[in-house]
Design a protein around this ligand. Structure first.
Ligand code: SF4
Ligand code: FES
Length: 236
């Protein structure tokens, strides 16, 4: 049988340095993707490569890396490597930025864990980010109006993965992003309770959400997970 396009092995056409090691990247591959193929997983929250169809958006800034000769740090989930580029994901500057973003995001959410595998908590622990030094924002009220999905926007980090999952993966376009600055928030249709919205309960947003702000309500929508002593595998 003739080889199909997806069967043709890709060739690494770009050589660049990642944390002191020369590695190869495919054309169109991001720094993050090339790094992971070579065994380096860079922190990431608004990017979920293992859920089909979710494009990178580069908005959370937790995956920042330093590119030699460039003034600004770069989001590795979005930036593509070029021939001879020297990239550091562990330089003092890159790590400081990753940790600061995680601390700010932790301060922006609640202490309550709504899922056992919060990717925000996972990366905060992995990088040794402790209790945030910043004051927390006022917590929005939970919304348990939907029979299948519990909404706890107190845990939302506004990564917009749910918006992309709903709009671009499922084509439902129920979830949007409203207002600006401190007022900005995820909303359903015209800021309706989720149970009154046109949500079909497909669960794509729940699978995408890194913090449990959207979670399965099937068992008990008010249940909360205790973190103490609990470790879990977090999928990329
Ligand atoms: S509800 Fe979850 S997926 Fe949606 S923006 Fe908030 S944290 Fe991201
Ligand atoms: S994971 Fe790269 S900017 Fe969010």
């Amino acid at each position: 049988m003739a080889a199909q396009p997806q069967d043709v092995p890709q060739t690494e056409t770009i050589r660049f340095t990642l944390d002191g090691q020369q590695i190869g990247a495919y054309a169109d591959e991001t720094i993050w993707e090339a790094a992971r193929r070579h065994g380096v997983v860079i922190p990431h929250l608004c990017y979920k490569p293992d859920q089909a169809g979710l494009r990178p958006d580069g908005n959370c800034r937790v995956c920042m890396c330093e590119v030699k000769g460039e003034r600004l740090l770069q989001p590795s989930c979005w930036r593509k490597p070029t021939e001879g580029m020297e990239v550091s994901t562990h330089s003092e500057r890159a790590l400081h930025s990753q940790k600061m973003v995680l601390e700010l995001l932790e301060a922006d959410t609640t202490d309550t864990a709504y899922v056992a595998d919060s990717r925000l908590d996972h990366w905060a622990r992995a990088l040794g980010v402790g209790k945030p030094r910043f004051s927390r924002r006022e917590e929005p009220q939970p919304d348990f109006s939907h029979p299948a999905i519990a909404v706890n926007l107190a845990a939302c980090i506004q990564c917009t993965l749910c918006v992309r999952a709903c709009r671009e993966v499922q084509g439902n376009d129920v979830i949007g992003y409203a207002l600006r600055g401190g007022e900005s928030h995820i909303m359903f249709d015209m800021d309706d309770p989720m149970g009154n919205s046109t949500c079909v309960g497909c669960g794509e947003c729940v699978a995408a959400c890194p913090t449990g702000a959207l979670s399965n309500a099937g068992v008990d929508p008010t249940r909360q997970w205790a973190w103490q002593g609990q470790e879990s595998e977090v999928k990329a």
